[in-house]
Design a protein around this ligand. Structure first.
Ligand SMILES: Nc1nc2c(ncn2[C@@H]2O[C@H](COP(=O)(O)OP(=O)(O)OP(=O)(O)O)[C@@H](O)[C@H]2O)c(=O)[nH]1
Length: 527
C-alpha cells in the first residue's frame, strides 16, 4: 500500500470504515447550501491517541487562539515564536497559474452499488489514452482468469485484490485526466452501503459530481427506492456544497437504447434532484454504456441511440463544468485524508486544501491534537511544487511531529489563525425522510470532511419555518422527517470545526444513524 502510494497513481483515499464508526453511538449530516445560506446569520481511523490533553483542559480548547494552544504541547509553544515562513507571494503566483493553465476540478463519481461507476470511468480513462493497451490487455486476461471478465475496465480503478475478487469498490480511488479545458481529479467512490463513510470522504473533496444510475429493467428502481444509494448519494454530495452534476444513465445497452426508458428515469430524477437542492440548469443527463463505450468520449454511432440523442458525450459535459471559486484568501485549512511513511525521515499526509494556501518551509498547527509540524515538500499532481492553494489535492511531507500523533481527520491550520476545537456545537439541521423521530439523547454519527465521530443530540432547541427561518416551536419533543430545526450536539471527543459563515468546509456536516443519513447541518455556534 505504501509503495503504491508513492506512485500516487491511482491513490485510494482512506476513510473510517463503518464498523469503526459505529462504536458507541452513530452520526452524520449534510446541508443544502441554499437553505443554509438563507439563514446563515445566526476507515481506519482511530483518531489521535492524544486528545486526552484536550479533555483535561476543556476551557482552553473551545476557541483556541494561539495563546490557548500554547497549553497543548511544548512543540506548539516553541513554534509560535517562529515567524511565518512566507518567501513566496502565493496569491499572485496562484493568479498566474490560473491564467496560464487549465482550471482544475475535483470530480466525485457516485451511485448505487453496481451501477457501473468504475467500469464507466475506467473505460473513459482508457478511451482518452490514460491507460495503455498493454495494461488494459493485462486487466482483460487476469479478470477473465478469475471469472470476472466483465470487470476489466473497473479494474483500472479498483486496484486492490479484495476489490477485484469481490467485484466491488471499497475505497475511493483517485486518478487524474485532462479534457480540452479542464484538469480533472477523479474520485471514484464505492456504492456499497457498507462503505458510505469512504464515499463521504470522496464527496467531501469534490467540486462537481457524476451520478451513475443503472438503466436496466428493475435496477434503476432498486437503486432509487428506499434502501438504495442513489438518493442518499445525491443528497450527501449536495450537502457538501456540490451543485453541478452529470447524471450518467448507464447500461443503456441492456434496454436496447430505449428513449422511453431514458425519459422515464430522467423524469423521476429531475423531480427528486430539485427537492434535494439541485438547480435544473446545473444537472445534465447523458444516456451511455460504460461497457460498450457509447457516448463516453465520442458521439455514439449506434443508430437506435442516435435516432433520439444528439446531445454531448460524458467527456464534453465534464469539460463544461464550471470550476468553483476557491477560498484562497482565507486561513489555511487542510483536513488529513491519508498518512503514510516517506522515504528517509518524516512522513507524508494527503488531503485537499479546504481553504487558504501553504508553502514549503511553513509551520502549521495540527488540530485537535495541538501539535505543530513544518512542511518540507508539497506534491501536487505528482510534481513537487513550492506552494499550493485551496482546492488542490496535495501530499505534504512534514517533519517536527511523530507519525503516531496524527490521525485521519486532523486538520492542518495556519499558526496565526488556527481553527476552533470543540466537542459541543449548536447547529441548524435539515432532517431527511426519516422513519424514527429524533429525540433528546438520540445517538448519531457526525460526518464531515474526513472526520466521523459519534455524537448525541443533547437539545432540541427549536423548529424553524423552512422558507423564512422563523421559529415555529421552541423545545420540541421530537423532530420528524423533512423539518428544519436548531439542535445542540455533544460530540464524543473534541474535533476541529468552524462556524459555517466563517468556513463552509469545516462548518457543515451530516448525521447518520444505523445505515442511513438522517440529517444535514451547519454549525451556528461553537459552545
Ligand atoms: N451491460 C452493461 N454492464 C455494465 C455496464 N457498466 C458496468 N456494467 C457491469 O456492471 C457490473 C458492475 O460494474 P462496476 O463498474 O464494478 O460497478 P460500480 O458501480 O463501480 O460498483 P461499486 O463501486 O462496487 O458500487 C460489472 O459486471 C460491469 O461489467 C454497462 O454499461 N452495460
Amino acid at each position: 500500500m505504501f509503495l503504491y502510494k508513492l506512485g500516487y497513481k491511482p491513490m485510494k483515499v482512506k476513510a473510517t470504515p463503518k464498523s469503526q464508526a459505529k462504536v458507541g453511538f452513530v452520526t452524520q449530516t449534510e446541508g443544502d447550501d441554499e437553505s443554509f445560506d438563507r439563514h446563515s446569520n445566526s476507515s481506519s481511523p482511530v483518531r489521535s491517541p492524544s486528545p486526552h490533553v484536550l479533555f483535561s483542559t476543556p476551557s482552553a480548547i473551545l476557541q483556541p487562539s494561539p495563546a490557548h494552544l500554547t497549553h497543548l504541547s511544548p512543540a506548539f509553544n516553541r513554534s509560535l515564536s517562529k515567524t511565518r515562513h512566507q518567501a513566496i507571494d502565493v496569491l499572485s503566483e496562484y493568479e498566474q497559474r490560473e491564467s496560464s493553465s487549465k482550471a482544475q476540478i475535483n470530480l466525485v463519481v457516485v451511485g448505487h452499488v453496481d451501477a457501473g461507476k468504475s467500469t464507466l470511468m475506467g473505460h473513459l480513462l482508457y478511451l482518452i489514452g490514460n491507460v495503455s493497451k498493454r495494461a488494459m490487455h493485462k486487466n482483460e486476461v487476469e479478470s477473465q482468469k478469475i471469472g470476472k471478465g466483465s470487470f476489466a475496465y473497473a479494474w483500472i480503478l479498483d486496484e486492490t485484490g479484495e476489490e477485484r475478487t469481490r467485484g466491488i469498490t471499497m475505497d475511493v480511488a483517485q486518478q487524474e485526466f485532462e479534457t480540452a479545458h479542464r484538469r480533472v481529479i477523479l474520485l471514484d467512490a464505492p456504492g456499497h452501503r457498507d462503505f458510505i463513510p469512504n464515499m463521504i470522504t470522496g464527496a467531501a473533496q469534490a467540486d462537481v459530481s457524476i451520478l451513475v444510475v443503472n438503466a436496466a429493467t428493475g435496477e434503476f428502481e432498486a437503486g432509487f427506492e428506499s434502501g438504495g444509494q442513489t438518493r442518499e448519494h445525491a443528497m450527501l454530495v449536495r450537502s457538501f456544497g456540490v451543485k453541478q452534476m452529470a447524471v450518467a444513465v448507464n447500461k443503456m445497452d441492456t434496454v436496447e437504447w430505449s428513449e422511453r426508458r431514458f425519459l422515464e428515469i430522467v423524469g423521476k430524477l429531475k423531480l427528486f434532484l430539485k427537492q434535494a437542492g439541485y438547480k435544473e440548469s446545473d444537472v445534465s443527463y447523458v444516456p451511455c454504456s460504460g461497457l460498450t463505450g457509447e457516448n463516453l468520449v465520442t458521439k455514439s454511432t449506434v443508430s437506435e441511440l442516435t435516432a433520439w440523442y444528439t446531445g454531448p458525450t460524458l467527456l464534453a459535459i465534464i469539460d463544461q463544468f464550471t470550476p468553483p471559486s476557491r477560498p484562497v484568501e482565507k486561513p489555511f485549512r487542510c483536513c488529513v485524508s491519508d498518512i503514510f511513511k516517506a522515504p528517509g525521515s518524516g512522513f507524508n499526509v494527503a488531503g485537499r486544501i479546504d481553504s487558504g494556501h501553504i508553502q514549503v518551509g511553513e509551520t502549521v498547527a495540527i488540530l485537535p491534537v495541538g501539535e505543530t509540524a513544518t512542511v518540507k515538500s508539497i506534491t501536487l499532481s505528482e510534481r513537487t511544487e513550492p506552494w499550493a492553494v485551496a482546492g488542490d489535492q496535495v501530499v505534504l511531507a512534514i517533519h517536527g511531529v511523530e507519525i503516531n500523533k496524527l490521525t485521519i481527520g486532523n486538520v492542518l491550520c495556519s499558526m496565526d489563525n488556527p481553527a476552533k476545537t470543540t466537542s459541543k456545537i449548536q447547529a441548524r439541521v435539515i432532517t431527511f425522510n426519516i422513519s424514527t423521530p429524533i429525540t433528546n439523547g438520540f445517538p448519531v454519527v457526525m460526518h464531515y470532511l474526513c472526520v466521523n465521530e459519534p455524537a448525541i443530540v443533547t437539545k432540541l432547541i427549536s423548529v424553524l419555518h423552512k422558507g423564512s427561518g422563523e421559529v415555529l416551536k421552541r423545545k420540541p419533543r421530537c423532530l420528524s422527517g423533512n423539518s428544519t430545526a436548531v439542535i445542540q450536539l455533544d460530540i464524543s471527543r473534541p474535533v476541529c470545526m468552524e462556524l459555517y459563515q466563517d468556513c463552509r468546509e469545516l462548518g457543515r456536516f451530516m448525521l447518520r444513524s444505523g445505515d442511513s443519513t438522517i440529517a444535514a447541518g451547519v454549525v451556528t455556534k461553537i459552545l
